[in-house]
Ligand binder design. Structure first.
Ligand SMILES: NC(=O)c1ccc[n+]([C@@H]2O[C@H](COP(=O)([O-])OP(=O)(O)OC[C@H]3O[C@@H](n4cnc5c(N)ncnc54)[C@H](OP(=O)(O)O)[C@@H]3O)[C@@H](O)[C@H]2O)c1
Length: 294
């Protein structure tokens, strides 16, 4: 544990509600840094297991103990249920519970009605990355900038911080956008492993090829962003949708040959087909983004 004079000056007290896998990781790191942490968890045994923390009898007691109140619960409904009855006047509530943008906005208004200020957070890390600056984990924050400014040092002690705007919904929106992209990537990875499943190629031999290919293709994200920003979807296109849409038939025939379902591939291919049929075959993948908007 670091005990340098400079860090001692910045030690603070906070309350942490929710000691699941993520909350426990956060609590351990704040305690190890020398902060005074009051904890509450629905199942009390998990709170008592956090050595060095002060266990509050009720959620309201935990909220009353400190100005900075951090929540890391299952979902927005559990946040509402937990804070119901607590006095939030003068409290800075940092909600690290995953939720939707609208839930974050409604929760910010709900906290404000009760005299508190809300900063919403989306954790881009798994518990083992908490307190490990080199692991690359960070938390997206949005909402009251004053809450972020006041508590940034404490928050930065568990993971990197990225404030993305005063609209309380923005952290959740960024969080969900990143998670959705991850799901798309894993859909592709799932399909790729399935294609090789009935062969003698060991998955561990194929994995480095897959990682290398995905890493190389990730460069296209920046190109897509440039096109979306400029509105120019055709200049310099080298992998046109016409070419890609012709190739998708090969992907699907290969899946059929290997006895693999095309259910993960088809939705994306259908989107390409629609855009080509509408006369946009000279664009690349960036042109598909606005097709998804209702
Ligand atoms: N774990 C990860 O890899 C990860 C990564 C990024 C973000 N997150 C987010 O972090 C948050 C917590 O995740 P976790 O991994 O810690 O989940 P977890 O291990 O399942 O813990 C859930 C926590 O919520 C509490 N809880 C559930 N329902 C409740 C209710 N109705 N009222 C009060 N408390 C309730 C649980 O209390 P009990 O102990 O009594 O059940 C526990 O403290 C989630 O929003 C999750 O999306 C997690």
């Amino acid at each position: 544990m670091k005990c340098a004079a400079a860090s001692l000056e910045r030690m603070t007290s906070l309350s942490l509600l929710g000691l699941g896998a993520m909350g426990t990781a956060l609590g351990r790191v704040w305690l190890a840094a020398g902060h005074s942490v009051t904890v509450w968890n629905r199942t009390r045994a998990k709170a008592e297991a956090l050595t060095g923390a002060t266990v509050a009898d009720t959620a309201a007691d935990a909220v009353a103990a400190n100005q900075l109140v951090v929540l890391c619960l299952l979902d927005d409904a559990s946040v509402g249920g937990t804070l119901d009855g607590a006095d939030l006047a003068g409290r800075d509530v940092v909600n690290l519970t995953t939720g939707t943008p609208d839930e974050a906005r409604a929760r910010a208004a709900w906290v404000a009605e009760r005299g508190g200020r809300l900063l919403d957070g989306g954790i881009m890390a798994v518990p083992s990355m908490i307190g490990e600056p080199d692991a690359g984990g960070y938390v997206l924050y949005s909402g009251d900038p004053a809450v972020f400014d006041t508590h940034q040092d404490v928050l930065a002690g568990v993971a990197g911080t990225r404030f993305v705007g005063a609209d309380p919904g923005l952290a959740a929106l960024h969080d969900v956008a990143l998670l959705s992209a991850m799901d798309g990537m894993f859909a592709g990875v799932t399909h790729a492993f399935a294609l090789l499943r009935r062969t003698d190629v060991p998955p561990t031999e194929f994995a480095p090829l897959l990682t290398g290919w995905l890493t190389a293709m990730a460069g296209a994200v920046g190109d897509m962003a440039e096109r979306l920003q400029s509105g120019d979807f055709t200049t310099g296109v080298t992998s046109s949708l016409t070419m890609q849409a012709a190739g998708t038939a090969t992907l699907e025939r290969t899946a059929t040959e290997q006895g693999v379902s095309t259910e993960l591939l088809r939705p994306y291919h259908r989107l390409m087909d629609r855009h080509v049929a509408a006369g946009h075959g000279d664009e690349d993948g960036a042109g598909l983004v606005d097709l998804l908007r209702h």
